[in-house]
Design a protein around this ligand. Structure first.
Ligand code: GAP
Length: 435
């Protein structure tokens, strides 16, 4: 089913996934806060990315570089000159737009007037700030607009300290900042967001093969975590779309409620960055091949995904409305590895003879499962909440449990229920989450 942006945004807010930042002051459109449920899911997205990109491979290591870097980094990388979007302003209503994103480049989508745009000017997307107490051009710094440069400037540190041999990758997850002209579509385009990027260094002649390899790997990552294949596609960039550093880029696109749009970019950055930093810093960042005695700049294939945008796409993809016994049920069919909670423990009612043992069961399982214990409201409402936040398994402790020392496990997708002895509960949950 196709779900509207509004429906997802409402669910996200109602259930504690995502809140508007600074909401009590009227909100700020370009930033969002992740609530108790959202932070768990976002963490799971990032953990799954890390697991597949670092933990399960022998050729990729991790890094966590600073958000504030020397201004020279962004001069050398080309961002200070070229990390821009074309900005036009409507003379009639003063609305500002990104020219390359307008459906009709002559008509203002805000007021509908034609021929009212100013000449386009290139607007740099990097946020500026200053280090130290005095604001001057000498201490101007930027908040990083991509995590990638932190990797390039540490390339030699990582290669040397970890004795890396080509081909190898350096992965990083963290915040990036862009002063987007038109943030919007909920968390899709924000000014503060999180990225999951990996720079894969290889011999120049092997770059085309690794470019194909990473497209397949990354596409599979989404489908393996349950994203529907028909909602994903790979789109090569037109030559005029390419970033200043790229010899070829494809986007993995998702069928968002407003149409196909970028989820992740995979680029062949050539030796652009290492060469640029070598020249600007005076450090020789060439790779020395001991077998051939050659020195050369490795090429780089970069899969670059947005963590917050990916979480958003998984939310949309998992959203289902179903009719059950004449009533509508909203359920997020999230893969258990992404679901905020794996298990909910629900005493049937608020009576102490049920809540006390049920909360003891919850405590005994907390170290193994991310779980929610909930004794508020009717059992029906509590199931509804767990369905809406995608909890795969609910465990109910009822009056029979006192006698038979068993509980009921309810499966989110099938709504099937099974009775399990409390002694065997952890094992049964483990098995159910695997399938
Ligand atoms: N290092 C390459 C790079 O940053 P990008 O295509 O500009 O490439 C990579 O960004 C990913 O980061 C995008 O595919 C998207 O998922 C995410 N991203 C970029 N700008 C974003 C924004 N303003 N808000 C949310 N996510 C964003």
């Amino acid at each position: 089913m196709t779900v509207s942006l509004e429906t997802i945004a409402n669910l996200a807010k109602r259930r504690g996934f995502v809140f508007q930042s600074s909401e009590i002051y009227g909100g700020i459109r370009s930033a969002y806060d992740y609530g108790p449920v959202g932070v768990l899911m976002l963490r799971n997205v990032k953990d799954q990315w890390w697991k597949s990109m670092v933990q399960c491979r022998g050729d990729v290591v991790g890094l966590d570089s600073a958000i504030i870097q020397a201004r020279a980094v962004w001069k050398a990388s080309g961002h200070e000159d070229a990390f821009t979007d074309p900005l036009v302003e409507c003379r009639n209503c003063n609305a500002r737009h990104r020219l390359d994103k307008l459906e009709d480049p002559d008509q203002c989508p805000n007021c509908g007037k034609r021929g009212t745009f100013t000449e386009p000017r290139q607007f740099n997307l990097m946020f500026k700030t200053h280090t130290g107490p005095v604001e001057s051009d000498d201490n101007l710094v930027y908040l990083r607009p991509e995590t990638a440069q932190g990797i390039f400037i540490n390339y030699e540190n990582v290669r040397r300290t970890n004795r890396m041999k080509l081909p190898f990758g350096i992965a990083q997850v963290g915040k990036s900042f862009r002063n987007e002209i038109t943030p919007g579509q909920f968390v899709f385009r924000t000014r503060e967001f999180e990225q999951m990027e990996m720079e894969f260094f290889c011999r120049p002649e092997e770059a085309p093969r690794w470019f194909d390899y990473w497209q397949e790997e990354r596409f599979r990552w989404y489908t393996d975590l349950g994203m529907r294949e028909e909602n994903l596609r790979i789109r090569p960039h037109d030559p005029d779309e390419l970033s200043h550093y790229s010899a070829g880029t494809v986007d993995i696109e998702y069928a968002f409620p407003w149409g196909w749009d970028e989820l992740e970019g995979i680029a062949n950055r050539t030796d652009y960055d290492l060469r640029a930093h070598s020249e600007a810093s005076g450090e020789d960042l060439r790779y020395f091949d001991q077998e051939t005695n050659e020195r050369f700049f490795p090429y780089v294939i970069e899969p670059a995904a947005g963590a917050t945008r990916t979480m958003f796409a998984f939310l949309i993809d998992a959203y289902h409305e179903e009719e059950v016994n004449g009533e509508q049920r909203v359920v997020l069919k999230l893969d258990p590895r992404l679901a905020p909670y794996q298990v909910a423990i629900l005493p049937l009612s608020k009576k102490p003879e049920l809540t006390e043992p049920a909360s003891k069961i919850a405590d005994s399982l907390r170290s193994e499962f991310m779980l929610e214990y909930d004794e508020t409201q009717s059992i029906g409402r509590r199931y509804r909440r767990q369905d809406e936040i995608g909890t795969p398994l609910c465990v109910t402790y009822d009056f029979d449990s006192i006698e038979d020392h068993s509980v009921t496990i309810r499966h989110r997708d099938t709504m099937k229920q099974e009775r399990v002895s409390i002694d065997r509960l952890a094992e049964a949950l483990r098995d159910a989450l695997k399938n």
